[in-house]
Structures are given as C-alpha cells and as structure tokens.
Design a protein around this ligand. Structure first.
Ligand code: MN
Length: 231
C-alpha cells in the first residue's frame, strides 16, 4: 500500500531471553484496582468496581534491563505522580474471553509506570470530562522488559523514590485478578496481540520532581529505573 508518508513503526518492548521485541498496539489501563488506592483517591472500593481507560500505544517508553530512563518532566502540570503497575502483554487475541482461559492469551508480564498529571486528572474528573490530558500524555507509560513467565500470585509490588519506599503492595490485593481483568476487558474490546494492560496501582502514589530517581519493582519480574529530567 502507498501511504502519503511513512507510518510510524510500533513501539517495541524488550523481551527477556530474545532479541525480538514486542510490538505495542494499544494500552488499556485499569483504574482503582487495589482497594487501598481507591480509598486514597476518595472512592469506596466496595461500591465502585474498577474501570478502564486508555493511553496511546506510542505513550509507551521501553526501558531495557539495567537501564535508567531519562524521562522529561511533562508540560502543563505541577503534580506529576508515579503509579507502579503489573503490566500484562497479550499474545493471542479474542473477545468474550472467559477467565478460565484468559491466561492462554498472555504473552508475558512486565513492570510499568502509569505516570499521571494528577492535578489535570482531578480537574477533569471533577468536571466530568475525559482524563486524556491527565493520563494519556507523551511518554506517560515507561515499561521494563517483558518476561514470558508469570510472577508469583503473591509477589510484592513496590516503588521507591530516591531510595525511600513510597508504594508497597502484593499482587494478591488486585480487586480484579489478571484473568478477571482480561475477561472484563474482552467484553468491551476485541483484544489483539500487542495489547498491553496496566493492571492498576497499590496505595502510596505521590509526586516526583526533576532529579528524582524512581525504582519500581515486582518480585520475580525485575526492576524499572526512571530518572525525572528537567522540562
Ligand atoms: Mn494507574
């Protein structure tokens, strides 16, 4: 096919143990999937179930093993927040996937950051408007290498800023488990290979400023390093 100009190639995420990279199609994110984080954001997890929002595929910034990403502080915010998340990479598509089959659709797992312009997200939330300017900005989704095998169901998920722990939780605290998340999502969208799911963040989200070093990790999935750079 002739395009009017050369299309952008997909973002390619490192896959441990191979030189081939995982081509990103879409990024789905789960909101308020840990009860304690739902409470710190002012909602009641017993009354409001988790929900989905999206980021563009090219908001993903791959961070290879052992590297520290220099992430520019984004424009138009004075409150850039970190959210460490387990990321599930889809390898086989489908719709109306049942939870019992969901793990057969997974390619691999990684450690990601759902970076958030919290001030803009809150402003839009109060106004009942879409969250894109708070959530879907350029480079808002740093992602470490994918691993083909799953982390332990009770693996620790945590994040430190400048060596101080800010977020800490366990994957068994997810309100929607990974299979349940895939099942829910596939009722609304036909999943395809290349789709990433950011599964939500535990409590302890907070602001970072230029110069800060973020170290995010999930037991068994390795570590993701990000240095916040000046604008
Ligand atoms: Mn999030």
């Amino acid at each position: 096919m002739d395009y009017a100009f050369a299309p952008q190639p997909p973002v390619g995420v490192a896959v441990l143990g191979t030189r081939a990279r995982y081509p990103v199609r879409r990024v789905y994110c789960v909101g308020r999937n840990y009860a304690a984080h739902a409470r710190e954001m002012g909602s009641d997890p017993d009354r409001e179930p988790p929900f989905f929002f999206c980021k563009p595929g090219d908001a993903v910034v791959p961070v290879d093993a052992g590297a520290v990403l220099e992430l520019p502080y984004p424009t138009q915010t004075a409150e850039l927040h970190h959210e460490v998340e387990l990321v599930v990479a889809i390898g086989r598509g489908g719709r109306d996937i049942v939870a019992g089959d969901a793990l057969d659709h997974v390619f691999g797992y990684g450690v990601g950051l759902d970076m958030t312009r919290r001030d803009l997200q809150q402003t839009m939330r109060k106004a009942g408007r879409p969250w894109e300017i708070g959530k879907a900005f350029d480079a808002s989704a740093p992602l470490g290498p994918l691993q083909r095998s799953a982390p332990d169901a009770r693996a620790t998920i945590e994040l430190a800023v400048n060596g101080q722990r800010r977020q800490s939780g366990s994957l068994d605290q997810l309100i929607w488990s990974v299979p349940e998340t895939i099942a829910h999502l596939s009722r609304y969208f036909e999943l395809q290979p290349g789709d990433l799911i950011f599964t939500g963040t535990p409590e302890g989200v907070g602001a970072v400023v230029p110069g800060d070093l973020i170290e995010a990790r999930i037991d068994g999935l390795g570590e993701l390093g990000v240095r916040i750079a000046a604008r």
